[in-house]
Design a protein around this ligand. Structure first.
Ligand SMILES: [Zn+2]
Length: 401
């Protein structure tokens, strides 16, 4: 496989880029150092490069030079790598340790950047065989506040002058599957993550005489419990919903009834239907409980990332390509989605997409190795050429379809 051969010849270069990135982790949508390293790494390639206005993204377009047999519109494929790090203090003894105090590439996005640069180098070398164009999406803010939707607003999906036809992304894992195994599933892969903040409004007074005030505390407690009953009674167990109240607050002292009480919950859903329904149900339930007790209520939802859905055809194409390149023992289908979330979902909402994971766990003991986001998460960059080659191969094959 030509892509794999070229990728292996780039191994040293990609490893040193990844390690350089690992030393300078940055947070959110402002990643000036990372952006500069990406621009330097792409320098000299025949690409149309642009940078974000509201965020430090990089979009590069590679024009293929092959003639499309039979003519017809030239397809466009998008390859994505997220670039941001986490507010985690690294607890590893690495020669290329983070030099930014309190920050760490604990989710392996440094490998995503190096892998995507690798795929650009590979495809640039093969551009005479590309019967269409490739958009490389270097994205900030995946861990929050979200960069993909901003990039889409800034024209990402039309960067090549024509709409993107298919999009691919990968994620590395420091545990959970043996090193070198690709894994994923068709359909819903990751959950939507929204938030709700509920304020129960009463009337404060003396704790010894609750009948002379309107106590918000018992009603808030009732709501928290009723939310859990609602999840089990109103939603199909095979289309799971998670409502976790992670914060509840009210009052100052045992003998004072406060004016209000507040709680906040994260809402995880795996279908857009449930995503809308859970908000409607929560609103109805807390409004009803408040009314039953003669209290007021304010309900505020914060809309987060949508469900990440793998298009069945694009996902089958991606896994066929994986098996073809690396063998069937290096692929596993996940039995269930995960309740984490990912803002590549904004791309996948608009373009048929495939998102696959790769275990780069350096330890034999992958079952108990530290997970992504741990201060001890370790990512084996010896697998970088595989990541770069897969992205390149997906683009190459998809464009010649
Ligand atoms: Zn991540």
């Amino acid at each position: 496989m030509r892509t794999l051969e070229i990728a292996r010849s780039l191994a040293d270069e990609l490893t040193s880029l990844r390690r350089r990135l690992h030393q300078v982790p940055e947070l959110g949508n402002e990643l000036p150092v990372t952006q500069r390293l990406v621009l330097e790494a792409l320098d000299g390639l025949d690409l149309e490069v642009s940078v974000g206005k509201e965020l430090s993204s990089v979009v590069a377009v590679l024009r293929g030079r092959a003639v499309r047999p039979g003519g017809g519109p030239r397809p466009v494929v998008l390859l994505r790598g997220d670039m941001d790090a986490l507010p985690v203090t690294e607890d590893l003894d690495l020669a290329y340790a983070s030099t930014h105090a309190g920050l760490m590439h604990a989710c392996g996005h440094d490998l995503h950047v190096a892998g995507l640069v690798g795929s650009a180098r590979i495809l640039h070398g093969l551009r005479d065989q590309l019967a269409g164009d490739v958009v490389f999406m270097f994205q900030p803010g995946e861990e929050g506040p979200g960069g993909a939707d901003v990039m889409i607003r800034e024209g990402l999906l039309d960067a090549a002058g024509r709409r993107v036809d298919a999009a691919y992304a990968l994620h590395v894992y420091s545990a959970e599957f043996p090193r070198g195994v690709w894994f994923g599933r068709p359909g819903p892969l990751m959950a939507a993550a929204d938030e709700v903040r509920v304020r129960v409004i009463g009337e404060g007074g003396h704790g010894s005489a609750p009948f002379r005030s309107k106590d918000p505390i018992p009603a808030a407690c009732e709501m928290v419990l009723a939310l859990q009953s609602m999840v089990t009674r109103a939603f199909d167990v095979f289309d799971p919903v998670v409502v976790t109240v992670g914060r509840i607050a009210g009052g100052t002292k045992d003998n004072i009834i406060p004016d209000d009480a507040v709680f906040e919950a994260t809402l995880r859903t795996l279908s857009e239907d449930n995503r809308a329904a859970v908000r409607e149900r929560i609103e109805r339930l807390v409004t009803g409980i408040a009314a039953a007790h003669g209290l007021g209520v304010e309900v505020d939802f914060t809309i987060g990332y949508p469900v990440t859905v793998n298009d069945p055809d694009e996902y089958a194409f991606a896994t066929d390509t994986i098996v073809d390149m690396f063998g069937s023992d290096r692929y596993a289908t996940m039995l269930e989605p995960i309740s984490g979330s990912e803002d590549f979902s904004f791309v996948a909402q608009q373009v048929p997409s495939a998102y696959v994971n790769l275990s780069v766990c350096p330890s034999e003991d992958w079952e108990s190795a530290p997970d992504n986001h741990s201060p001890r998460a370790e990512f084996d960059d010896a697998l970088l050429p595989d990541a770069a080659a897969l992205l390149a191969e997906l683009a190459l094959r998809r464009l010649s379809r």
